[in-house]
Design a protein around this ligand. Structure first.
Ligand code: SAH
Length: 269
């Protein structure tokens, strides 16, 4: 795609910022500082309202988010919009859920900025895997159960880029699957077909780190069924592996008593 640039005009800078998984207090201080001076914020659907409330009132706020199946703006349009804003505004924030470099297309957006000669910085965020793990009481590694962890996408393009099921079947490795709910049947069959046991513990955690967090616990053999639970809301993440059993002892977070919706933007100002 041809990029439009406006020669001769003073350029702004783009901050690619991770907003964390939901709880407003999981935002970094750096992200907070940059948000407060934003002239324009292009944000995803996953960014919570509490975090958007921190953006100055007079800043331009543009929703460019995507939700499974619903594309509110094509990636090319987002890339182009970032470049255009960088040529017309001073502080441009591209705000993404979690961490911008984990299933966030942050890299693609930055490549466009590089091509257009736009200056940028990246501010990491707490990715959904870390937020979910902490707030569901499921350590992703543990000396007795898992020596490693993989973050993988369960997105629908599975056929064009086949999944390495044999690699993911390792019992000593925890799997965290982003965007996998709609493909739970494929994931279940793929892992079990590669030898991961049907009784492997799994957790599906929805709206993690928020007052609406819910945990659905079961086994790999029940994954498709769990993912179809009528009560399950998006976004949701799957954690697969023996570490899920640790939740019985380590589950500390009580969403009903969570202060996430009480800690208002006012406290942070
Ligand atoms: N860049 C983001 C991930 C974007 S992909 C990050 O680092 O977290 C979107 C997927 O992230 C969702 O389909 C879901 O699997 C997961 N996700 C994001 N926020 C979540 C939350 N609060 N609870 C559970 N899963 C979440």
């Amino acid at each position: 795609m041809e990029l439009l640039t406006i020669p001769g005009q003073q350029q702004g800078k783009v901050w690619l910022v991770g907003a964390g998984p939901g709880d407003v207090e999981l935002l970094t201080l750096k992200a907070y500082r940059i948000l407060k001076k934003a002239d324009v914020v292009l944000y995803d659907a996953l960014v919570s309202d509490e975090i958007m409330a921190l953006v100055p009132q007079d800043a331009e706020k543009i929703a460019v988010g995507k939700r499974a199946g619903k594309h509110s703006a094509a990636q090319d349009e987002i890339n182009q919009l970032l470049v255009t804003k960088a040529f017309t505004r001073k502080n441009v924030v591209r705000l993404k859920g979690g961490d911008p470099f984990i299933f966030g297309r942050g890299g693609e957006e930055l490549e466009t900025l590089v091509d257009a000669g736009v200056e940028f910085e990246v501010i990491p965020g707490i990715t959904a895997a870390s937020g979910t793990s902490a707030y569901a009481g499921i350590p992703l590694t543990h000396r007795d159960y898992a020596q490693g962890v993989s973050f993988i996408t369960g997105h629908c393009k599975l056929e064009s880029r086949p999944m390495d099921w044999a690699g993911y079947a390792n019992k000593q490795n925890t799997l965290v699957i982003y965007m996998g709910i709609l493909n739970a049947n494929i994931i279940q069959a793929g892992l079990m077909g590669a030898g991961r046991a049907a009784d492997t513990p799994v957790a599906i955690v929805s709206k993690a780190t928020t007052a609406s967090q819910q945990c659905f616990i079961g086994t790999l053999g029940e994954l498709e069924q769990l993912a179809a639970s009528p009560a399950l809301q998006m976004p949701a993440l799957m954690i697969i592996g023996e570490v899920v059993t640790l939740r019985e002892q380590l589950n500390w977070f009580n969403p009903a008593q969570s202060s996430t919706d009480v800690i208002s933007a006012a406290l942070l100002k």
